[in-house]
Design a protein. Structure first.
Length: 281
């Protein structure tokens, strides 16, 4: 059954949009924001991007149909309300079952958001994506900026910050696309030249607190990101698109560091991490 979650009492919004590869077979398992929204999305796709507005029954030459409009319990009262959220996952740009952020228009698959949304929030809860989290409300790490929690992991705040920066990189969809997946092992030419491959999916994996290879401080995270960019510059000639994309993504990365982890901005990822330097409190 499709359930409407867009009522005044239920705040959690999960929407379904059509998968680019075909219609989701999960329809009966998941909750749609509204059937109308789904139909509109399909209509939009069918019409090659031309927005199709639900129309009134076509005039047939006969008198207008006397059948009254039947209001259902999910009918917001006449016109469909404009959907404030986007139709495609901000990370993979595909459709399907998507979590709608209550604060911004972005939507995410549970497995695309960072961190992964393990469990759907209760339907009475609101949900905001990590891009909307107010970091001013998160407690400061007791040890400052190194980010260690003293038990071999990142402090809660540092974990959120590096997740945030990573999610920001993924949300640069076009730019990040070439740097998401590992270069296949059978690309011998690549691997003969690049001895330490790095990609966003590996970084993302190392963000998982349960990963054996998890980051234990922020410097390791920044170093992996720099390694990713250095590999791109090393393998690709400067006039290639992928080289230019890497440059733009790294500039974006530095802008994120300036915002969230300023002491790491422009640190090359090699040698002594900035936190070890003397710091004026
Ligand atoms: Zn996705
Ligand atoms: Zn958001």
């Amino acid at each position: 059954m499709l359930t409407q979650f867009n009522s005044k009492t239920s705040r959690l919004k999960v929407k379904i949009s059509q998968l680019r590869g075909g219609v989701s077979s999960e329809l009966d398992k998941v909750c749609a924001e509204s059937v109308q929204d789904l139909m509109a999305t399909i209509a939009k796709l069918d019409s090659n991007g031309v927005q199709v507005v639900a129309e009134a029954p076509a005039a047939t030459g006969a008198a207008p149909s006397p059948a009254p409009h039947v209001h259902s319990s999910t009918d917001p009262g006449g016109k469909p309300q404009p959907d404030p959220n986007e139709d495609w996952c901000a990370v993979c740009m595909d459709g399907g079952e998507l979590m709608c952020c209550d604060k911004c228009p972005k939507v995410f698959h549970q497995y695309c958001h960072i961190p992964t949304i393990e469990k759907l929030p209760d339907e009475t809860e609101t949900w905001q994506c990590l891009l909307c989290v107010n970091f001013a409300e998160l407690p400061m790490s007791p040890d400052g900026e190194g980010g260690e929690d003293g038990a071999g992991g990142l402090s809660a705040r540092a974990q959120k910050l590096v997740e945030r920066v990573t999610l920001e990189l993924y949300c640069q969809y076009e730019l990040s696309l070439p740097f998401r997946e590992p270069v296949p092992a059978d690309n011998l030419q690549y691997h003969s030249k690049i001895s330490r491959p790095m990609c966003l999916d590996m970084i993302r994996m190392k963000l998982q607190p349960r990963s054996a290879a998890r980051y234990t401080n922020v410097a390791q995270f920044v170093a992996d990101c720099r390694l990713l960019f250095r590999n791109a510059y090393r393998y690709n000639p400067p006039d290639t698109q992928i080289y230019k994309d890497a440059k733009r993504l790294e500039e974006f990365f530095d802008a994120q560091l300036v915002k969230w982890l300023p002491e790491y901005a422009y640190w090359g990822g090699e040698g002594e991490p900035p936190t070890k330097r003397a710091r004026v409190e």
